[in-house]
Design a protein around this ligand. Structure first.
Ligand SMILES: Cc1cc2nc3c(=O)[nH]c(=O)nc-3n(C[C@H](O)[C@H](O)[C@H](O)COP(=O)(O)OP(=O)(O)OC[C@H]3O[C@@H](n4cnc5c(N)ncnc54)[C@H](O)[C@@H]3O)c2cc1C
Length: 402
């Protein structure tokens, strides 16, 4: 019988295994895939954005800040850097604060974690797909789909969320938790491209612009993000859109009205006087003038959307039309009505209800000796390294309590 059995050999499971084995515990990790850390390999466009220098609870959603705080306190970005340093893998922070392995290769992270777990003495078993786990006197028994069984005094569920099914995390872990009478909060995609009402995005498919994106819900400003915005055949993508997506989808699920406003102007072109002067100087049509100011595919759909004709001479525009034009350049509004499916999302929002988990240990309040870590829990972080950090931090915190 092992001291600890960890189900799932991803970011959370491997970090937990390393720390628990280093404490001298006998640890077994079961991973359904042939290889460990399959999802990690796909992260950060193959570069694996492991953390962020601005590691604060407000970057996390789903669970309350009180729940994520103990793990973030126990495993700050510096502690995580030390953890990887002990595995021989240095981290580096980019100018925007995102933290990566110095190699900028996700496979380095997988290599460091698996080698670290093996060297610490953990037993890593691949092709080991757990069907169910039972609590018995003195511990837990996991039964695999090929009917092998593994026994341990304590059991950690680290089976991940439900995005990117081919990575092995397909949501089956929720059923494992439910068998222990845990509540699973409704899941929905996070860090995902959004669908929009109307057809304008279809006309602009492929256009990419650096912009400021403002999210409002029922007219109230929620957040503002800057970066490249990409129009696609289904809607909008790009870092600011991914960042705001979980708030948009939460609002839609709860019958609220989210709106996304795109600023088409650079900072130095926001002044009203400067814009009036620009339009006054052009004797041409609105379309011709805007083609000198914006990406050339935008003016047609943009002017139609705000109710102006592309070929209207600027000189004939009423003052209120010019005001409307300038206001829309600063804030062109789109109504999202959904997202790409969970399969295309970077994280799963929702999951095991954190009210049923001790925040200081990750132990179940329902079943002593059972623990839940990583994305399986109802915790999702902002884009920028927060989800991997949560997986590592919750795994490391849990290992101390096993
Ligand atoms: C395309 C993409 C890019 C991303 N980029 C980033 C990024 O750059 N930075 C960031 O912070 N986050 C990123 N994320 C999110 C991040 O990868 C996850 O939040 C993180 O991997 C979750 O770790 P985890 O250990 O909880 O789950 P996972 O890493 O998903 O690991 C769970 C493991 O459990 C195994 N498993 C599942 N069920 C069973 C079972 N019944 N028996 C045995 N094994 C089982 C799975 O095969 C899997 O290996 C990205 C996600 C995607 C999809």
């Amino acid at each position: 019988m092992f001291d600890a059995l960890i189900l799932g050999g991803g970011a959370a499971g491997l970090a937990c295994a390393i720390q628990a084995a280093k404490r001298g515990l006998s640890v077994c990790v079961l991973e359904r895939n042939e290889v460990f850390g399959k999802k990690i390999r796909a992260t950060g466009n193959g570069r694996c954005n492991v953390s962020h220098i601005d590691m604060q609870p407000f970057h996390y959603h789903g669970a309350g800040h009180d729940f994520v705080n103990p793990a973030l306190q126990a495993c700050s970005e510096t502690v995580l850097a030390d953890f990887f340093a002990t595995l021989g893998m240095p981290l580096t922070a980019l100018e925007d604060g995102r933290v990566f392995p110095h190699s900028l290769q996700a496979k380095t992270v997988v290599h460091a974690l698996t080698k670290g777990a093996q060297e610490a003495g953990a037993e890593l078993v691949s092709n080991a797909y757990c069907k169910h786990v039972e609590k018995e006197t003195g511990g837990f028994t996991a039964t695999l789909f090929d009917n092998r069984t593994v026994r341990a005094k304590k059991c950690v569920l680290a089976t991940g969320g439900a995005s990117m099914k081919k990575s092995g995390s397909d949501g089956n872990g929720y059923a494992l938790a439910e068998r222990f009478s845990h509540t699973v909060k409704d899941t929905f995609p996070g860090i995902v491209a959004l669908h929009l009402q109307g057809r304008i995005h279809k006309e602009l498919d492929g256009v990419k612009i650096p912009s400021k994106l403002t999210l409002t819900i029922d007219g109230q400003k929620i957040r503002e993000d800057r970066g490249d915005i990409l129009f696609t055949s289904y809607g909008l993508s790009g870092p600011p859109v991914l960042q705001q997506s979980r708030h948009v989808l939460w609002a839609l699920k709860n019958g609220r009205t989210p709106a996304l406003s795109l600023c088409l102007l650079r900072e130095d072109w926001m002044h009203t006087e400067k814009l009036y002067a620009f339009f006054k100087a052009h004797k041409s049509t609105a379309g011709d003038a805007l083609r000198l100011l914006l990406h050339d595919r935008i003016p047609g759909p943009f002017l139609r959307d705000i109710g102006l004709k592309e070929n209207v001479p600027l000189a004939s525009l009423q003052h209120r039309d010019l005001q409307k034009l300038i206001a829309a350049l600063r804030s062109w509004t789109f109504l999202p009505n959904g997202s790409r499916p969970l399969e295309h999302a970077q994280v799963t929002c929702g999951g095991v209800d954190t009210d049923e988990i001790h925040a200081e240990t990750m132990e179940s309040k329902r079943v002593p000796g059972l623990y839940c870590i990583g994305e399986l829990l109802d915790v999702d972080g902002d884009c920028g390294g927060y989800n991997l950090h949560w997986a590592f931090a919750s795994g490391i915190l849990c290992a101390k309590a096993l």
